[in-house]
Design a protein around this ligand. Structure first.
Ligand code: IPE
Ligand code: IPE
Ligand code: MG
Length: 248
């Protein structure tokens, strides 16, 4: 395998990175802190990761912040996570604008408090002209829920069965117009997808690290990008190197 210099060539930088920000609870428990302290630390870390994404030249960053299954957590934790979202928007909106970050939401807003829904929509509106990085926040997001909603919408639109294609389904998802993730990073070592981007992840590369989310720093993010740069994405075919050899 050819050596890739330590600076990753731009064409090897994933266009879309998605992150399953896991391990906040265990990070806190290890320190004898309440789980919510872990979520707060996780939010602080998010700022670093957003900045690093802009620096590395990533164009789309999707972060899994609250799943449709996370409603099943104790009410205080759910309330705390809602509050954190609200607080983050209040505190970070200026910074997002300064960094050229366009905020988007994937998932359903309906179940959130009306004031929080409004806050999210206002922040989306306020950042809509930024174009350095698109930040997709998956909040009250579930991959199955997204597909169910897409099917319902297609049926309501009177789409005929023969009109249903890969491309059409993609257009009915929350991520319409966004390229599929090239790289999915999951922190805290769990080897599962947890209902995240189950359609879009079809050919994503995975990077799973035991590091808990609050400790996932710029250096480790860079290592994930380096690992990605060495991957041979075959998409079910044979590698381009092998093809050249067999043609020689
Ligand atoms: C991820 O951290 C954040 C959310 C799911 C909201 P966790 O809260 O799942 O942390 P662990 O997995 O319990 O350590
Ligand atoms: C996935 O983490 C959801 C988010 C990171 C928001 P979970 O902690 O909810 O996933 P499981 O329960 O370990 O699969
Ligand atoms: Mg978890």
């Amino acid at each position: 395998m050819a050596d890739i210099p330590s600076a990753i060539p731009l064409e090897k930088i994933p266009q879309h990175v998605a992150m399953i920000m896991d391990g906040n609870g265990r990070w806190a428990i290890q320190r004898g802190l309440p789980r919510l302290a872990g979520h707060k630390a996780g939010t602080e870390n998010l700022r670093r990761v957003i900045r690093a994404s802009v620096e590395f030249g990533v164009k789309y960053l999707t972060i899994y912040a609250f799943s449709t299954e996370n409603w099943g957590r104790p009410p205080e934790e759910v309330k705390g996570l809602m509050y954190i979202l609200e607080d983050v928007i209040d505190r970070e909106l200026n910074e997002l604008n300064k960094e050229g970050v366009q905020l988007r939401h994937i998932g359903r807003l309906e179940r959130l408090a009306p004031s929080l829904q409004e806050k999210v929509l206002d922040a989306i509106e306020a950042t809509k002209n930024n174009d350095r990085l698109v930040l997709n926040v998956a909040f009250n997001y579930g991959g199955r829920d997204e597909i169910v909603l897409a099917i319902q919408k297609m049926m309501k639109d009177g789409i005929a069965p023969e009109q249903v294609t890969d491309e059409l389904v993609s257009q009915y998802l929350f991520t319409a117009g966004v390229p599929d993730p090239d790289l999915i990073i999951r922190t805290s070592g769990e080897l599962r997808i947890s209902n995240f981007m189950i359609w879009q992840a079809a050919y994503a590369e995975w990077y799973i690290t035991p590091t808990f989310w609050p400790d996932f720093d710029r250096e480790e993010y860079y290592r994930a990008l380096e690992a990605f740069a060495h991957r041979d994405r075959r998409y079910g075919k044979v590698s381009s190197g092998e093809l050249q050899e067999s043609n020689a």
